[in-house]
Design a protein around this ligand. Structure first.
Ligand code: DGL
Length: 219
């Protein structure tokens, strides 16, 4: 098989990365994809840097062994914590989701002088400050508030997209974010677009949501 015919590999910690797959498939309908969802070991977002790095390298090596022409690290947590290690080991083009998500957020802000950007992500992604750094690279003056929303992951895995429990958990997690009143809110976890409606209703219709998977597919 010629290199162009080979599939693009995508991995995530679970089903959430299918949102990234869909975004890529819509833009690149003639490409083939191979998707790995590590549902046996989800969640990644509550685990240590060393563990996430090890899982991410194992996933990357597994996909590379299936013959792929490039790798998309759909998982925000793995992108935030393990991208340099993957790039060093894998010998393929590797795309992560943090840089595109951060750039898109800055692009979508109304106030370019002092953009207010919220980021919701796993605890590990928030602790890494990877989004903060990506946003600051695109806009030095951006004001950024990050919030971890770990329970969103099992809720999305269960497809609890309308349950009252999901709304009350969202209200609790996003209370500080509402007070911060961002212009743009980054959905910095592959699972969060599954809860998009709940998140949008909770923060208000005037806050623009950025799906980092969509932003990655655009780039
Ligand atoms: N897929 C992960 C991410 O995008 C979220 C789920 C997890 O904690 O594993 O960060």
């Amino acid at each position: 098989m010629g290199n162009a015919q080979l599939p693009i590999g995508i991995f995530d910690s679970g089903v959430g990365g299918l949102t990234v797959y869909r975004a890529l498939h819509n833009r690149l309908p003639n490409e083939h994809f191979v998707y790995l969802g590590d549902t046996a070991r989800v969640p990644y977002g509550t685990k240590s840097l060393a563990t996430v790095e090890r899982y991410a390298l194992e996933n990357s090596q597994f996909l590379a062994s299936r013959g792929i022409k490039m790798l998309v690290v759909a998982c925000n947590t793995a992108s935030a914590l393990a991208l340099p290690a993957i790039r060093e080991r894998i010998g393929l083009d590797v795309a992560g989701v943090i840089g595109p998500g951060g750039r898109k957020a800055v692009e979508m802000t109304r106030d370019k002088e002092s953009p207010r950007i919220g980021v919701i992500a796993t605890e590990a992604t928030v602790a890494s400050d990877a989004y903060l750094e990506a946003i600051r690279r695109a806009s030095e003056s951006a004001e950024v508030l990050q919030a971890g929303c770990p329970l969103f992951v099992p809720l999305a895995e269960e497809n609890w997209t309308r349950e009252p429990e999901t709304f009350s958990i969202a209200a609790k997690y996003l209370e500080g974010m509402k007070q911060f009143a961002p212009d743009v809110l980054v959905l910095g976890c592959t699972h969060y677009p599954i809860l998009r409606d709940v998140i949008q209703q909770t923060v208000g219709e005037n806050v623009k949501l950025v799906d980092s998977g969509e932003a990655t597919a655009d780039e």
